[in-house]
Design a protein around this ligand. Sequence first.
Ligand code: PAD
Ligand code: ZN
Ligand code: ZN
Length: 382
Amino acid sequence: MPNQERGRMSTAGKIIKCKAAVLWDVKQPFSIEDVEVAPPKAYEVRIKILATGICRSDDHVMSGNLIAKFPVIVGHEATGIIESVGEGVSKVKPGDKVIPLCLPQCGKCSSCIHPNGNLCVKFLLSRKGVLSDGTTRFTCKGKPVYHFINTSTFTEYTVVEEDSVLKIDADAPPEKICLIGCAFSTGYGAAIKTAKVTPGSTCAIFGLGGVGLSIIMGCKAAGASRIIGVDINSRKFEKAKAVGATECVNPKHHTKPISEVLKEMTGDSVEFTFEAVGQDETVIEALASCHMSYGISVVIGCPPPSKMLTYDPMLLFTGRTWKGCTFGGWKSKDDLPKLVSDFMAKKFDLDKLVTHVLPFNKIKEGFDLLHKGESIRTVLTF
Ligand code: PAD
Ligand code: ZN
Ligand code: ZN
């Protein structure tokens, strides 16, 4: 029996003790802890994480902008290897390379059944921080630690449901393909699948992080001729241009609202706008920035909880379309295999999105880079 196989069998069915980055409470730093990861129950799989990206949504949990149950293990953009599987699991087996899916596809709920739906009901259930049987597989210092959006990847091992895992090619590079687990699919899908950007069109993208740059890649792939990046951090412009932005604007360098600036720059012809920041003001500015009659504006940034927007309904009355999407609008299990095979066939590359690769124990440094606006994506490796 190969050593690797024997190693897997030696842990199957047993509790695994490993390192994980635990958030004990809101606004507290990550604490690297020894945690216990229980074996997968029926229709669940246990995954050894190989690489995981740092997304602003993880930071939103830490800051309280995104509600989660504490203590929690966040992280949701990863590549891993199946270590063991629970009873009834048929689609993956130990040794398979996988991407955990923050957006599951149960195949049975109203969103999964409808051709245009993608927000599976299992995603909403995951807000409670537990798996389908109502319990968690993580324990630390004798206390349960909760799951985060069906994934929890800032740990050496995690347990997810079979509906929340996608098998990928064995030779896929873990520290790149993990971005298909969130940033790339979210941004690229927002442009291609949700907005349906058209050839020759003009697009504006608010927020040039990992998600915003992936939107730019989608706009470019769809044949947009002008792609305008908008960010208050001009250090993002070089990266945005490297993936396809034709020009960039910093709202801080203008006294007029950015919607006015964009109108002047384009002769009032911005067809598609995207909000990839997660702030009220930019959501409204992005809406106002698209053409009053035929413009389409897509909300991708995660809005602060329990906040209501005030906007002039005339913005919509004149004909604009206002949309939002999670995970780009893709049905995760149906649509991601094509993104994975396109990546493997080198139809797009993810190199420019990954600005930093750090060992897992430098997770705090990874978040510092995000806070300072220096990184696009930092990927942590194990
Ligand atoms: P990021 O923090 O790497 O990028 C956000 C960018 O916005 C940064 O470059 C900021 O400088 C910039 N920014 C901040 N304020 C402004 C402003 N007023 N005007 C213009 N630019 C500004 O984040 P990210 O790319 O990882 O994620 C972006 C958002 O998308 C964030 O809110 C995240 O939670 C959300 C998200 N949504 C989904 C989804 O499925 N809808 C998935 C993943 C991430
Ligand atoms: Zn994310
Ligand atoms: Zn479903």
